[in-house]
Write a protein that binds this ligand. Structure first.
Ligand SMILES: [Zn+2]
Length: 458
């Protein structure tokens, strides 16, 4: 009798373990099956075999990638191929943030019931339609030319990214060989700098310092400091490009006075500066359709007084991601809340008759009050009109340039961030040109050309 009980116990335990195992498998399969099947080490699909994947289209249904006669074909326009390399990807797996890498399963038509089995019998591949305008991307790419950097533009009312370009790039049909990839010309060529890089912001960070001041003082616009071109802090120095004399917020922003914003940061204190930066998304993770962005970074906990003063001017260890800065521009344009940017409009399986809409308007929490956003619009509009007169002709643009010192005898990074105030052209932008010199003459000119083109074609 005892023996029988013992045996049935063993059978029970084995059965339960088996059921738990099955349940675990089903759970894992449901959750991760797509990734198992689509993993780059799955040789059925990896490497060059993109021959069954669906199309990738821009917002006007221009074909950016498609499979014809078992070959992956890209845009017929070489300049568009180069402009969109980082967004679309190539036949390799090197560009990890590309659509072809991140939406492999969807492009091949994987589903949980049949896996990839069905795609061998009927065409289950999905076409992916992007929010991008490929002509605008081409304009941004030619603006950057051979310089390194990134350009992003999005519709701040809907969240649609209409332009995203990273340089250096290459034609996916003529991938440089491995010796060339190591040359400075191709440094970081697989990285989409708009998504996966963060840079010293320089003067564009003055917008964050100004926000901290506007949010904590009703009379922030009346606060005046004196700039004599240099400020001494315990033997260390903050310097300015000019002697601005007595100056208030609006002119300090327009003329980009370092001393004003250094003194303002010191006055506000570390806690307020950090909490404002964090409220605006610094040190937080964001994504675009599940593709992670590099964090923007602000931390003055270990800074000397002089370092802290420089942090208010966008130097010290401050870092910003280009897409994140564009989101902040969207928030200022809209009154304090930005719409989350996205890149995929929809996914269509023609054979299966399924269309999945990805477009959605997601409003994020207030990152500043609407009063503060309005004051920033006025200040940035004044900055653009009084200082960048030759740019954005005929457009109602608010903007701020930056020239970020990066040390090591390298030329500074040139920045511009801003947006069109005109709600018929609700676009925010962010442009960085690495080691290129002044923000105005480098990034500013690119942003102006892209916005003019957008105004014509949108
Ligand atoms: Zn100054």
């Amino acid at each position: 009798m005892k023996k029988t009980r013992m045996r049935s116990m063993v059978v029970y335990i084995m059965s339960i373990s088996f059921l738990i195992g099955i349940a675990f498998f089903v759970f894992e399969f449901t959750l991760k099956g797509k990734f198992w099947a689509m993993n780059n080490i799955n040789t059925h699909l990896s490497g060059n075999d993109m021959s069954k994947a669906g199309k990738i289209l821009d917002r006007n249904n221009n074909i950016l990638a498609q499979s014809v006669d078992k070959k992956r074909k890209y845009s017929e326009d070489k300049d568009i191929r180069i402009a969109l390399l980082h967004t679309i990807g190539d036949n390799s797996i090197n560009i990890s943030t590309s659509i072809q890498n991140n939406f492999r399963a969807e492009l091949f038509g994987y589903n949980i019931i049949s896996g990839l089995g069905l795609s061998n019998i009927i065409n289950t591949a999905n076409d992916i339609k992007l929010t991008l305008n490929s002509e605008l991307c081409k304009e941004a790419s030619s603006g950057l030319g051979n310089r390194k950097g990134a350009v992003v533009v999005y519709n701040y009312d809907t969240g649609e990214i209409i332009c995203i370009v990273s340089k250096p790039s290459y034609d996916p049909y003529h991938k440089p060989d491995s010796n060339k990839i190591n040359l400075d010309e191709y440094e970081g060529v697989y990285i989409n700098r708009a998504l996966s890089s963060s840079y010293t912001p320089g003067s564009i960070f003055k917008i964050i310092t100004a926000t901290a001041s506007l949010e904590s003082n009703e009379n922030a616009e009346q606060i005046s400091y004196t700039c004599n071109g240099v400020m001494d802090l315990n033997g260390e120095k903050v310097t300015c490009l000019a002697h601005h004399g007595d100056i208030k917020l609006k002119d300090a922003m327009a003329k980009s006075c370092n001393i004003y914003f250094a003194k303002l940061a010191l006055e506000l204190g570390r806690e307020r500066m950090e909490s404002q930066a964090e409220k605006m998304g610094f040190n937080s993770n964001f994504d675009i359709n599940g593709i992670n962005l590099k964090n923007s970074f602000y931390d003055v906990s270990k800074a000397s007084d002089c370092d802290f003063a420089w942090s208010g001017v966008g130097q010290y260890n401050d870092l910003v991601n280009p897409v994140h800065m564009m989101m902040i521009m969207g928030a200022i344009a809209r009154g304090g809340t930005y719409i989350k940017p996205y890149l995929i409009e929809n996914m269509v399986s023609e054979a299966m008759g399924i269309k999945v809409n990805y477009s959605r308007i997601v409003a994020e929490p207030q990152i500043m009050t609407s009063e503060c956003a309005e004051e920033l619009r006025n200040i940035m509009s004044y900055t653009a009109k009084s200082q960048y007169g030759s740019l954005f002709k005929g457009l109602d643009v608010c903007a701020k340039t930056g020239t970020a010192e990066v040390g090591d005898d390298k030329k500074p990074h040139g920045w511009i961030v801003g947006f069109s105030k005109n709600r018929n052209l609700p676009l925010a932008f962010s442009v960085i040109v690495e080691n290129a010199g002044y923000g105005f003459s480098t990034a500013g000119v690119i942003a102006s050309d892209v916005m003019q083109k957008a105004n014509k074609i949108m």
